[in-house]
Ligand binder design. Structure first.
Ligand SMILES: Cc1cc2ncn([C@H]3O[C@H](COP(=O)(O)O)[C@@H](O)[C@H]3O)c2cc1C
Ligand SMILES: O=C(O)c1cccnc1
Length: 340
């Protein structure tokens, strides 16, 4: 059970923000972020310690049905690229000094490397058109792995963790989860993913309609995750739940990770209070999730990559939020006159 945020300091935090040498409310969303982070940490002087990004990789059997322009092997090839430091997330993580952990939750082709933490549930999920993507045991095991990964980051001192993903086909899984959990028509949730052309988009929509019909009994967050989620998504679900339980600030990325976030919030509504949505992706389904949850993202840059890139580019703004709360002078300290 995830507890609601302790709001006993709220009035004091708001007072501290309002005493800074600026017109009331003039730092806009940075003020909301500062307050949320201070509440999560239960202090007037919040700190972002050892910021971490956990990147979950896994393959999707549904790719056999032609729902992505890219083959499954790109997942493991990108995992190698992450290890070599050549992907977008590597650039941005280096730029902002974010610790990047790479997790193999079950790529189709196994790749072991000292920098990749093994958490494999199998060689990718099963084709969800033909049956459940994963067994209940795999789901439970993935959730448990996610929990342990977060506890390990907490142990080394991390109090802010972002969650990213890599898994060819996972924009389909995200569309299915969004449609079912938000109870909106599938068509509104399906997008071009990595770049489907019109023909590929028609094929993707047709396949996903059939998948949704085949799993009409899957309704709860855990049922939908088992029916058409991915191992990387199930592991991220366990990680997000554990982070909220531990009072860690949770940084959310784009459509795919937000679909997992939606599952977490549907299971445990108070998880939302620990989350910052770092950007609004160009994927149409992401807008639906953000509106359903009633949240305003930090950035809107028409990005649609995943990997945690939306988190990494938004991170300096979180630092700014914490920075002004800690080090800006008050009217009294700076001897500046307040409004009449
Ligand atoms: C080279 C490459 C790098 C990526 N990095 C993230 N994704 C993103 O695209 C995938 C989902 O899109 P779809 O459902 O259309 O396959 C995920 O792996 C996601 O992280 C990538 C995709 C590609 C091709
Ligand atoms: O919005 C995202 O995060 C996204 C969209 C398409 C492909 N990969 C990720």
């Amino acid at each position: 059970m995830i507890k609601p945020l302790n709001r006993s300091l709220e009035t004091e935090i708001q007072k501290r923000i309002d005493e800074k040498t600026k017109p009331l409310g003039s730092l806009g969303q940075l003020e909301h972020l500062a307050k949320q982070i201070a509440l999560i940490q239960g202090t007037l002087n919040p700190k972002l310690n050892m910021p971490s990004l956990i990147l979950f990789a896994g393959d999707h059997g549904l790719v056999d049905e032609g729902i992505s322009p890219y083959p499954q092997q790109v997942t493991v090839e990108m995992l190698k690229n992450f290890v070599a430091g050549g992907a977008a997330i590597n650039c941005f993580a280096r730029q902002h000094d974010l610790d990047l952990s790479l997790i193999d939750c079950g790529t189709k082709i196994a790749f072991s490397h000292p920098q990749v933490i093994p958490a494999r549930q199998g060689p990718g999920t099963k084709n969800s058109l033909k049956g459940p993507a994963m067994t209940n045991e795999q789901l439970k095991s993935a959730v448990e792995h996610g929990r342990k990964l977060v506890l390990a980051r907490k142990k080394v001192g991390s109090n802010v963790i972002g969650f990213g993903e890599m898994g060819i086909g996972n924009s389909s899984a995200a569309a299915l989860i969004t449609s079912r959990l938000c109870d909106v028509p599938l068509e509104a949730c399906v997008g071009r993913g990595t770049g489907c052309d019109d023909r590929q988009l028609r094929q993707k929509s047709q396949v996903l309609r059939a998948v949704l019909e085949n799993h009409s009994t899957a309704q709860s967050p855990l049922e939908v995750m088992q029916a058409f989620g991915g191992f990387e998504m199930a592991t991220a679900l366990g990680a997000i739940l554990a982070a909220a339980e531990e009072g860690i600030l949770i940084l959310m990325d784009g459509f795919i990770m937000s679909a997992v976030g939606l599952a977490a919030v549907t299971l445990q509504p108070h998880v939302l209070e620990y989350m910052v949505f770092c950007h609004r992706s160009a994927s149409p389904g992401h807008r639906i999730i953000l509106e359903t949850l009633g949240v305003e993202p930090v950035l809107d840059l028409s990005m649609r990559l995943g990997e945690g890139t939306g988190i990494a580019v938004a991170y300096p703004l979180l630092e700014s939020a914490v920075c002004f709360l800690n080090s800006m002078a008050s009217f009294k300290e700076a001897e500046v006159s307040r409004s009449l």
